[in-house]
Design a protein around this ligand. Structure first.
Ligand code: NAD
Length: 250
């Protein structure tokens, strides 16, 4: 119950899907959580539900557009004002895009890069100074199996998720001397609103390629993120964790 006792976490994209599952699990394990999203009402509802079930204020929702540096600074300030500091950042917000190189417009490319790639950098840039004040930190960047392997289509998504993988390793190398760990997580097909919005046949086709022959749940990813966030992972940095039912083992 106390794997994150005394820690404060900031989770982007916390209004639903994996981010909301992480917020629920982290608070159940003793953390205080700030969840930021562009879906204001949904994020508030997640925080309210957590606070109600735990009978104390351990979650706080705010508007965070991960493409805006000023939003990130306000989110880190909120962690410090509401809960006294920042120990854990989960760069979870992301959007899908299933178009190929030729089919992707410049506007679509820029939007995917802004959220999936620049957003991760901005999050780390804002969080690291606050972690320094605590003398340690854990950053978990949510990439994808599509940040490890290619597929036909999803060009911008592959490009950004691959970038998150190496950005995580670069940050891990740079900040290891300051006891700030940085790891990437690479989910396979996970049943969340993101996947629900995709074409059913496409999802069934991709799911069938994993040896476990099923989609994962948001909670199955959240438990891996929890481990990386906790002191149990004190010697783990610069690593990439797949949560994919064996997809990338084939
Ligand atoms: P989801 O769509 O349910 O949740 C994503 C959240 O990010 C949403 O709440 C959304 O509002 C938020 N978001 C989008 N743009 C934002 C912005 N500009 N600023 C702040 N928040 C923003 O999807 P999910 O499956 O929970 O995705 C979580 C992460 O996991 C994403 O980075 C996604 O790319 C990655 N991922 C998902 C899968 C999957 O199969 N679901 C697989 C691999 C990787």
């Amino acid at each position: 119950m106390d794997r994150l006792k005394g820690k404060v976490a900031l989770i982007s994209g916390g209004a639903r899907g994996q981010g909301a599952a992480e917020a629920r699990l982290f608070t159940a394990e003793g953390a205080k959580v700030v969840l930021g999203d562009v879906l204001d009402a949904e994020a508030r509802a997640v925080a309210e539900q957590i606070n109600k079930s735990s009978a104390q204020k351990c979650a706080h929702a705010l508007r965070l557009d991960v493409t805006r540096g000023s939003d990130w600074r306000a989110a880190v300030d909120a962690c410090e004002h509401e809960f006294g500091g920042l120990d854990i950042l989960v760069n979870n917000a992301g959007i899908a895009n299933v178009k190929g190189i030729v089919e992707t417009s410049e506007e679509e490319w820029d939007a995917v890069v802004a959220i999936n790639q620049k957003g991760v950098w901005l999050g780390m840039k804002a969080a690291i100074p606050a972690m320094r004040k605590r003398g340690a930190g854990s950053i978990i960047n949510i990439s994808s199996i599509y940040g490890l392997i290619g597929s036909a289509g999803s060009a911008a998504y592959h490009g950004t998720k691959g970038a998150v993988r190496l950005l995580s390793k670069a940050a891990a190398v740079q900040y290891a001397p300051e006891n700030i760990r940085v790891n990437s997580v690479h989910p396979g097909v996970i049943k969340t609103p993101m996947v629900d919005a995709l074409d059913d046949d496409l999802v069934a086709q991709i799911t069938a390629l994993a040896p476990m022959k099923r989609a994962g749940t948001a909670e199955e990813v959240a438990y891996v993120v929890l481990f990386l966030a906790s002191n149990e992972a004190s010697f783990v940095t610069g690593a990439e964790y797949v949560v994919d039912g064996g997809y990338t083992a084939v």
